[in-house]
Write a protein that binds this ligand. Structure first.
Ligand SMILES: *Cc1c(COP(=O)(O)O)cnc(C)c1O
Length: 459
């Protein structure tokens, strides 16, 4: 198939115009037609879990992505619908009893808050740390952890078209505003970027910034073309809209204006990177997602793909092989394989690091060099992004060979360090230095950062 780079307004031929965005939340399980085929007990279990963890799914996902003949094993069902195993049995029982007793709403909410508090809602200190300062004021809704890249959480983009069950930002979606990052301060964003010429990348994230109307996206992104932001070379947009609502780029009323904005940024010399979140090749099979990918690429924007490795969805090298191959074929660049973070429903999704490394290795061995741009398995921990490079025996001791992909101190980047082999470890915090050493090479420096630079040190 040849792909012509057509940047003229594209026709919507073959796609129903403005497919209505119909969304369901935890109060509407009864309205989701295919769920009615499940047992009463299964629907109750979902209600229990959704009283604690966020739930939101839309009609496109229900109709086009989930194979209902394969429920509950279907990966997209696991990606979007609550499962009993996501809560500790004791917490599950507490909430189940509260619902059976039909406790008042306020008491249910109170119980939900307690259980949420036990699920490590703010992994790696991301709420206190990484907050940038401008003129003596903390800039909420922004994070600046790695020298080159600033994260921005636009207030209009702090929901998603559907929620992923394993989301590490889940705490933002459970209704407690204090747990939310958000900013509508386009002006302080631009001033902050302008005063630091080492910042080359802006990463717009959420929630999902692609839930925003185009006019909001324009208000954040168009000013990046000002001469004082010449040093900003890349605009990244973190999104799962290609999975959950590809209509955003095809049939939505302001889809063309969004594509025009991408093209305008590209033509003015910026690199526009759509950081697409794909967990499974099934998310890239519908005609409309293919069309959305084609249209984005036609603007000159590049799509890069990243995802965590999670049990029940993609803990199988064959899934990654097919996913990466599909991406390369569609012109998408595989970027990161992440380790599931230590928060929320991690008990259900986590994969031992030993197994994560094995899945990565087996998958990467089967693809061509063009798909080996996917780095990982990578843990976004307090000190930085830590990659498991290999598992070897050294001086008679079995060890994890680790490397910083990103470091809170840029000098750590690319440095190797060793942790004791541990079959059960699922996260950075479980790791201890190998060879009987007390600390990793960066431990003292990192702890000092945590104590003294509360505002610079997180995610
Ligand atoms: C991953 C990440 C980035 C981007 O890092 P890259 O390696 O450049 O992709 C920036 N900030 C934070 C907080 C991150 O976790």
């Amino acid at each position: 198939m040849t792909q012509t780079i057509n940047i003229m307004p594209l026709s919507n031929e073959g796609f129903t115009e403005n497919t209505r965005f119909q969304v369901y939340t935890d109060r509407q399980f009864d309205k989701i037609e295919p769920l009615q085929k499940l047992s009463e007990e299964q629907r109750f279990e979902m209600r229990v879990v959704a009283s604690v963890l966020p739930f939101r799914v839309n009609q496109y996902v229900i109709d086009e992505l989930i194979n209902w003949d394969d429920v509950p094993n279907d990966p997209i069902f696991q990606l979007t619908f609550p499962q009993r195993g996501m809560l500790e049995p004791s917490d599950y029982d507490l909430m189940a009893q509260a619902l059976r007793d039909e406790l008042p709403r306020a008491e249910i909410t109170q119980l939900a808050r307690e259980i949420q508090g036990r699920l490590n809602p703010h992994p790696a200190g991301q709420q206190e740390m990484n907050v940038p300062m401008l003129d003596g004021e903390a800039l909420d809704g922004m994070q600046h952890k790695y020298r080159e890249t600033v994260l921005f959480f636009p207030s209009q983009g702090q929901v998603c078209h559907s929620y992923c069950t394993f989301c590490f930002r889940w705490a933002q979606f459970v209704g407690n505003k204090e747990l939310r990052f958000a900013s509508n301060e386009a002006d302080s964003l631009h001033r902050y970027l302008a005063q630091d010429s080492s910042i080359t990348d802006l990463l717009i994230t959420g929630g999902d910034p692609m839930v925003m109307k185009t006019r909001h996206v324009v208000s954040y992104l168009e000013p990046l073309l000002k001469p004082e932001l010449e040093h900003l070379q890349t605009v990244r947009i973190g999104t799962k809209a290609l999975t959950f609502w590809p209509q955003r780029f095809v049939t939505d009323d302001d889809a063309q204006e969004l594509l025009d904005l991408f093209k305008k940024l590209v033509d003015a010399g910026k690199h526009v990177a759509i950081m697409a979140h794909f967990n499974h090749w099934r998310e890239m099979e519908t005609p409309i997602v293919r069309e959305a990918i084609r249209r984005i690429r036609a603007t000159g924007a590049v799509i890069r793909a990243q995802a965590p490795l999670v049990q029940h969805i993609n803990d199988d090298p064959d899934v990654w092989v097919r996913m990466w191959r599909t991406q390369v074929r569609l012109g998408i660049i595989p970027y990161y394989m992440f380790v599931e973070r230590d928060t929320g429903a991690k008990r259900y999704f986590e994969v031992p690091l030993v197994r994560a490394f094995e899945i990565y290795r087996q998958a990467i061995q089967q693809v061509s060099g063009l798909a080996r741009t996917a780095r990982g398995p990578s843990m976004s921990a307090g000190p930085g992004k830590v990659e498991i490079q290999s598992i070897i025996e050294l001086n008679g001791e079995k060890v994890f060979v680790l490397r910083f992909i990103q470091g809170r101190n840029p000098d750590w980047v690319q440095q190797t360090f060793f942790a004791k082999y541990d079959e059960k470890a699922t996260w950075y915090d479980d790791l201890v230095p190998a060879f009987g050493e007390e600390k990793f090479f960066f431990t003292d420096e990192y702890e000092a950062m945590c104590n003294t630079e509360g505002h610079l040190a997180g995610e």
